[in-house]
Write a protein that binds this ligand. Structure first.
Ligand code: FES
Ligand code: FES
Length: 161
């Protein structure tokens, strides 16, 4: 049987310590031990983006990270990201543009969008499509999502002038 070891990191602003096995994936630790159920599991192989969280401020697919790799790091799930100013603006734009249907992809999608707009708000439609190429949506056909991101980017640019 794999031995357990203690892992300490910050999740949604709270210092957390959990016991993990050597091969445990971060996505399962977040969902099963820390109850962050906004972190969805789709493919478990890095292709769908449903499990995307912020890892030290960078959108990261948590099914591609071993839990032991995040010792001492800071993770934000949608529970925290959606409360931050950029997250609130993105969430409101998704609502206005009807950019979700079943919502399965939405936490990962919003996290990826916040990562993009935290880097740069001067984005084109092509930039948005490139940035979201690792996040799959089976419902919306993507155009409403792209519209929401461009809307959020414009709101953020206005707020900063
Ligand atoms: S569940 Fe992680 S990318 Fe699909
Ligand atoms: S809204 Fe259903 S998968 Fe994107």
């Amino acid at each position: 049987m794999d031995s357990l070891f203690s892992l300490s990191f910050v999740v949604d602003g709270s210092p957390s310590t959990v016991n993990v096995r050597d091969r445990d994936l971060l996505v399962f630790v977040l969902r099963d031990q820390l109850r962050r159920t906004s972190v969805h599991i789709g493919c478990e192989s890095g292709r769908c983006g449903a499990c995307t969280v912020m890892l030290n401020g960078t959108p990261t697919k948590s099914c591609m990270v071993l839990a032991r790799q995040v010792e001492g790091m800071t993770i934000s799930t949608l529970e925290e990201t959606a409360q931050a100013p950029t997250g609130e603006i993105v969430a409101a734009a998704f609502k206005r543009a009807h950019a979700l249907q079943c919502g399965f992809c939405t936490p990962g999608m919003v996290t990826a969008v916040v990562g993009l707009l935290n880097r740069d708000t001067d984005v084109s439609e092509d930039d948005v499509r490139q940035a979201l190429r690792g996040n799959l949506c089976r419902c919306t056909g993507y155009q409403h999502i792209v519209d929401a991101v461009l809307d959020a980017a414009a709101t953020l640019r206005e707020a900063r002038t």
